[in-house]
Design a protein around this ligand. Sequence first.
Ligand SMILES: [Zn+2]
Length: 250
Amino acid sequence: MRKVFNYLGIVVVSLSMLACATDKKEVSKNVATAIEKAPIKSILTAEEQINMSPDEIIGRLKKGNENFVANNLTQRDHSAQRREAMIGQYPKAIVLSCVDSRVPVEDVFDLGIGDIFVARVAGNIENDEIVGSMEFATAVAGSKLVIVMGHTACGAVKHAIDNTDAAAMEMNALQNLLNEIKPSVAKTEIKGEVSSKNTEFTNNVIHNNAVKTVEDIRIASPKMASLEKEGKIKIVAAVYNMATGKVQFI
Ligand SMILES: [Zn+2]
């Protein structure tokens, strides 16, 4: 009988040891998950900004865009980041985007407070104020990358293609904006009809318009053009695909 009790005792001890081991495993797994999922509290530092090359920044943004496409955005402690950002900012890039509400720039690259400058204007064209903002971002604040990001189904580009007469509707400012996009319409090879209903043609104009803005920026800012020649910054075009969430760098 005693033997049976002893045997049962060993079984109980063995089972509790196993349970303990399983608990420990579970705890360390939970800790690892918590560390992995802990929201980011810090923001980009001056040192991190200095040590990144323009190509490395493109690589990080591509990785961030993969997170966005996979619906796996990084958790951030915005309250802690906001407090830290009071000290200063060292963003790695400036993105020029269209104003379209369906293009959430920071989310598209899985970025948060202090990570990037964002300039927005319908049709992602350039003007003095936009280029001035880019000169500040790069030559003054140390950003190494300028991205001009168009997007599929862009309303501004569609109206430029369809020759919408905004001036006739007392919208001269909008007309001036559409006129900035028209050279990209004229430059695009015509396959089928010249209409915003022609998706392939429209997408080609969107592509050409982003490339044209990059060229215009280089002409408008000798300072940025020379920084680029020295390899200190890069000015690139990209297109955001609204259906897939993917950013294609051109
Ligand atoms: Zn747009």
